[in-house]
Design a protein around this ligand. Structure first.
Ligand SMILES: [Zn+2]
Length: 404
């Protein structure tokens, strides 16, 4: 048993003061430190520095580790030139991205407080690293394949990867999940099969959706920059799905849709009505010229994610939160800061079906501790100061073990 004491603890009832948490691999009790010492006389006492705040471990719901070696190869600013640059440099980038490179990025995520992440995996290359990192990983096996001729083969490969992620050691903290690449790149027949598998096994399901203007024009009119792209690389000139057909395919299983920057209000309303949610990747959206998701009007739950280094400059969730504060200037600062802390803790764990994300009895003891440089003068600003002043966490625990 361990007892950790910090000036503030972020709980489902907000920030609490003068309390401590007793934990094993799970949170056992929250009370005054003297009470806990009486109850658990042999517990190890962890006294955090002054001005520290104990948070549930942060969750980055959407990461592509396989692109971790990109720095200046991919073209930023507009989606289609970026996609062309991915095709051009993909082999080299994936080749340079060995386990050491990916592990370094897992550690950087941990330094920003991330105890859980959603790994979007095209080929399964990341599985070994995800098994090795102490972090909790929701391993999203991605399905891609729009050409009916190859769809069965691609689906077979996808199912092999799903099975491999299902049979990981319990100690690895991996949970299997399914990702659908996008409405333009997955044939409706295999899409439906994959959704059925997610439903049967109750796996988290995710899909990129309405990221760029070009995607919208292609799905609606069969025109625009994607037409040239599909003619050039895939010898086809008609989209495999409409926006509606794609959305309806997920009606029976709650799905975490990534981006949705080009979704219209009626589409967002439909997603909300079906119990879906959104992964918001603000820096990725900005770097690829995809627009801004108006989170001030969203009527469905959202999480925050960095996406991969293919469309970002870091995998730090704290960097991502600071970017959001700058981008979404219509929401009052403190209100937004509090929403963001919720988005990377309780909201994300609920959406991914995990028992972390909240400091309450019975939850897994995943913690991120941040330390402010001086005493916060007003309690209502704790979330804001956390986001603005924290580049790294002070300590990090996963299932009760300290890793930083
Ligand atoms: Zn993505």
């Amino acid at each position: 048993m361990k007892i950790i004491q910090a000036d503030y603890i972020y709980t489902p009832n907000g920030y609490i003061h003068h309390q401590a948490v007793a934990f094993s691999d799970k949170i056992e009790e929250i009370a005054k430190v003297d009470t806990l010492k009486d109850t658990y006389p042999d517990a190890e006492i962890i006294q955090m520095q002054d001005h520290s705040i104990l948070y549930p471990g942060f969750i980055n719901t959407h990461v592509h580790l396989e692109f971790s070696s990109n720095k200046t190869s991919l073209k930023y600013g507009d989606f289609m030139p970026w996609l062309d640059s991915v095709i051009q440099h993909r082999e080299a980038l994936v080749g340079e991205c060995d386990n050491a490179v990916m592990m370094q990025q897992c550690q950087k995520m941990m330094a920003s407080g991330v105890t859980t992440f959603g790994a979007i995996s095209s080929f399964g290359n990341e599985l070994e690293v995800c098994e090795k990192t102490p972090q909790r990983v929701v391993f999203f096996n991605e399905l891609i394949g729009s050409n009916a001729m190859y769809a069965d083969m691609l689906y077979g490969d996808f199912m092999e990867r799903v099975k491999a992620s299902m049979s990981c050691e319990k100690s690895s903290r991996i949970s299997p999940a399914i990702a659908i690449h996008s409405p333009y790149s997955v044939h409706p027949i295999i899409l439906q099969k994959a959704v059925t598998v997610a439903k049967q096994h109750q796996l988290p399901l995710s899909a990129h959706f309405l990221e760029s203007k070009a995607e919208r024009i292609w799905l609606e009119e069969g025109k625009g920059a994607f037409k040239g792209f599909f003619e050039k690389y895939f010898n086809t000139s008609t989209p495999v799905s409409t926006i509606q057909e794609f959305m309806y395919a997920f009606d029976t299983h709650p799905t975490h849709f990534t981006h949705c920057t080009q979704a219209k209000q009626d589409e967002l309303d439909y997603l909300a009505q079906k119990g879906h949610s959104i992964a918001h990747c603000p820096r990725s959206n900005r770097y690829l010229g995809c627009g801004r998701l108006p989170i001030e009007n969203l009527n469905l739950p959202y999480t925050i994610a960095t996406d991969g280094l293919s469309s970002n400059d870091s995998l730090s969730i704290l960097d991502e939160l600071r970017a959001i504060l700058m981008m979404h200037h219509d929401i009052p600062m403190n209100t937004l800061a509090l929403q963001l802390i919720d988005a990377i803790t309780s909201k994300a764990s609920d959406i991914l079906g995990l028992n972390c994300g909240r400091i309450e009895v019975g939850r897994l003891a995943d913690f991120a501790i941040i330390t402010l440089d001086e005493k916060p003068k007003r309690e209502e600003e704790l979330a804001l100061w956390t986001i603005l002043h924290s580049k790294k966490v002070t300590q990090l625990y996963i299932e009760g073990e300290r890793y930083l």
